[in-house]
Design a protein around this ligand. Structure first.
Ligand code: ADP
Ligand code: MG
Length: 730
């Protein structure tokens, strides 16, 4: 029987055609058609219900039962006009995926008559079984139940799967005692905290600013591979990454993939998922190739953070689903292939006011620039003071391959702001005195638009190595993993900015109470914050060894592994910050910490199993089979009277294969033993550390020898599809 691998390759060449998608249409002609946005709400609702919905979105007010019924019935009318039969509360449990529990509108009345029903109660609250979702000990001490509750700030949408259609209602997921069990609840709370703190500070500059919303524009990187070929890799299908595989002869050395032409089959897939995304109101804007072969990126126009997070999670889902139609597989893992760039998800973040001002966009006048400078410097200070929390917010087993290794942003959190703004900060640091004079005014005439070319220039080299960079009118948090839910990073970022802005207001008010003029109080506080936090600013090469050393001298943390990075969530300081702003209670933080540690342990555990299985049932048998062929050949030659010279190469290969086999076997055994020891440990943190230090260390050691065997063993005996086949065939 031919191996799965050879079959898949055969198939790929036999059916090199791919499913074409219908011709493009004007995007505006169908954008948002599957979303119950305010325009549709207006159409399907009474004035009264519409007003109550709008007010609840704007002011986070509760919707009463009567209005709930009216909104539900409008929602049902709209959904039925689109032939929807089922609805579900859609939420984001801490497993990293989304969860749904479908119910039909269909119901039977007491007299047996059938009808379609959906009321306010069904819209507003539902009870999925919380016991199957991670809740980190909260479950043990409280009731095992949780419920989902409608989040009116994110509009309901329809998911089409085949010919079936489901109405999805974005919800939060909380326990009966009020603890959040999902990613969305704390994110919403953090946006509220940020809004409050930011509006307070805005009041120094503009009394008309009554609302500030954090904004997010993510850039999603991903790989695309042929699904048949990928299905021959149990490691890819179970862990999302290849645990073995020798680098192909041609990797990314030539860097010819970046911005290159998109291969036709992938292009067709992109157009297909983009169309679904547009129907769902996801405002995708760009698509292009990435640095590595078969790696791509897409990015939308930025939105309010809550909506942007929902859209990203939704898109990851849509991409995975649509890929199947094209017999492709999307890899969202941070490091699907060794020795080739990994994938990240840059989080472009800023704050927008109700007056239409981007608080990280420099203005035209000294007064608006003072506001810009205040928010700019507060962000730097927040990142400086809470770098450990930001690092923790992006920690995962997958992301360790990027942050801990020599690529992508390093694990050291630093900020890149470019030469122009560095000069501005230096100037402020030097100059600010006890009066605010014309020279200060002149200093605030920032010409940021002139510095943009400089930023763009930096973008192509050193700046790319920075985990947190200012890019003209927003900060870009680049260390977020490609498979992550952005909510984690955004919750922390919003919270630490809220914390810093709150402190900032106290400091400025303090000076004003002491009789300083407002501008001087602001400038002096800004100056102080620059001095306090400038060690986080770094303009050099973030990948270099020199930076690691310098960062250490500067006292910046460099935590390379997830189990240790997560400690930041449960320090006294973090607990205070999160509690002060109403994001997490101590109990919730501890629960989350535990869930994240358990997630990590499970991932490494699964990878260890896959490595053991593949080595024992794929790699060693292939090596032994080929070795037997060689031995037979040598024996034959001997029998025919040939001397040693005539089979010396064969003998050498036989010898080498034995050497590798005899390392792999014992190492797999040792890894299994280490796992057994780790499994005995009760404490989640110690267990995760043991998996990280004592189990994971075998991964690369085993891999080294497996990859050597791949180069020795006859191609026909090698069952695992090779890198060149995964990366270059489609
Ligand atoms: P690049 O970073 O590749 O130069 P852009 O500057 O156009 O590209 O933007 C990258 C991402 O940043 C996009 O998703 C965009 O929507 C987002 N972005 C732009 N402005 C903001 C903002 N004020 N807040 C949040 N995200 C933003
Ligand atoms: Mg970018």
């Amino acid at each position: 029987m031919q191996s799965l691998r050879l079959n898949a390759l055969h198939e790929l060449f036999a059916n090199s055609k791919f499913s074409e998608v219908p011709p493009s249409k004007k995007i505006t002609s169908f954008f948002g058609e599957n979303v119950f946005d305010l325009k549709k709400a207006r159409e399907f609702m009474s004035d009264e219900a519409y007003k109550s919905l709008v007010s609840s979105i704007k002011n986070q007010t509760k919707i009463d039962r009567k209005m709930g019924d009216q909104i539900a019935s409008a929602l049902k009318a709209w959904a039925e006009s689109k032939n929807v039969t089922h609805y579900t509360h859609w939420f984001q449990p801490l497993t990293g995926a989304t969860a749904e529990k479908h119910d039909s509108f269909f119901t039977l009345k007491g007299d047996g008559s059938a009808l379609e029903e959906f009321d306010g109660a069904a819209l507003i609250q539902q009870e999925p079984d919380a016991s199957s979702f991670p809740s980190g000990g909260i479950r043990a001490t409280f009731e095992a139940r949780g419920y989902t509750a409608w989040d009116p700030s994110s509009p309901p949408f329809i998911i089409e799967m085949g010919n079936g259609k489901t109405l999805c209602i974005p919800t939060i997921f909380v326990s009966y005692t009020g603890e959040s069990l999902d990613a969305k609840t704390p994110l919403l709370k953090s946006a509220v905290a940020l809004e409050k703190a930011a509006v307070d500070v805005c009041q120094y500059f503009d009394k008309n600013i009554t609302s500030v919303k954090p904004t997010l524009g993510w850039e999603q990187e991903y790989f695309v591979v042929d699904a048949s070929i990928a299905s021959g890799r149990p490691d890819l299908t179970t862990t999302g990454r290849t645990v073995f595989g020798h680098a192909p002869a041609k990797g990314q050395q030539l860097e010819d993939h970046y911005f290159g032409a998109i291969p036709e089959r992938v292009y067709s897939f992109m157009r297909d998922f983009e169309e679904e995304a547009y129907k769902l109101g996801i405002p995708l804007k760009t698509r292009h190739n990435e640095v590595a072969p078969s790696q791509f990126e897409c990015a939308p126009i930025f939105e309010e953070v809550n909506i942007a997070v929902d859209h990203n999670i939704l898109l990851m889902d849509v991409m995975t689903r649509v890929a199947k139609r094209h017999n492709l597989m999307v890899l969202l893992h941070e490091k699907p292939f060794a020795k080739i760039n990994g994938s990240g998800k840059h989080n472009n973040w800023s704050m927008a006011t109700n007056t239409g001002v981007n608080l990280l966009g420099p203005g035209k006048t000294p007064k608006t620039n003072l506001m810009f400078l205040a928010f700019f410097v507060n962000t730097i200070k927040a990142v400086h003071d809470h770098a450990d929390l930001l690092r923790a917010s992006i920690a995962s087993a997958g992301n360790d391959h990027r942050l801990g290794a020599n690529e992508a942003p390093p694990a050291i959190i630093s900020i890149f702001i470019g030469k122009y703004l560095t000069d501005v900060l230096n100037e402020v640091e030097k100059r600010v005195g006890n009066k605010f004079d014309e020279q200060d005014e002149a200093m605030l005439k920032l010409d940021i638009h002139k510095s943009i070319p400089e930023l763009m220039l930096d973008n192509t080299d050193r700046n790319r190595t920075s985990p947190f960079a200012f890019t003209g009118n927003k900060f870009e948090f680049r260390a977020v993993g490609s498979s992550a839910n952005c909510a984690s990073a955004m919750t922390v970022l919003n919270t630490i900015i809220a914390e810093t802005l709150t402190q900032f207001k106290q400091d400025v008010d303090g000076l004003i109470e002491n009789g300083e003029k407002k501008e001087i109080a602001l400038m002096q506080t800004i100056q102080k914050y620059i001095v306090d936090s400038k060690k986080i600013l770094f303009e050099g090469d973030g990948y270099s060894h020199a930076w690691e050393k310098e960062a250490e001298q500067r006292g910046l943390p460099n935590i390379k592994t997830t189990p240790l990075a997560l400690d930041a969530f449960v320090t006294e300081q973090s607990e205070k910050v999160f509690e002060r702003h109403g994001i997490y209670t101590k109990k919730e933080l501890e629960a989350r910490h535990e869930i994240l540690l358990e997630n990590y342990t499970k991932k490494i555990q699964i990878e260890a199993r896959v490595i053991g299985d593949l080595a024992s049932t794929y790699v060693l048998p292939a090596a032994i089979k080929y070795q037997n062929v060689l031995i037979k050949n040598i024996k034959g030659l001997k029998e025919l009277g040939f001397d040693e010279n005539s089979y010396s190469s064969q003998s050498q290969i036989v010898q080498k294969i034995s050497e590798h086999i005899n390392v792999i076997g014992p190492k797999v055994k040792a890894m299994i033993e280490a796992r057994k020891v780790a499994n005995e440990i009760e404490n989640s943190r110690e267990k995760a550390i043991m998996y990280c230090d004592d189990v994971k260390k075998y991964f690369d050691e085993i891999r080294y020898h497996v990859d050597k065997l791949e180069l020795l063993v006859d191609d026909e005996y090698w069952e695992l599809p090779k890198y060149r086949e995964l990366l270059f065939l489609r």
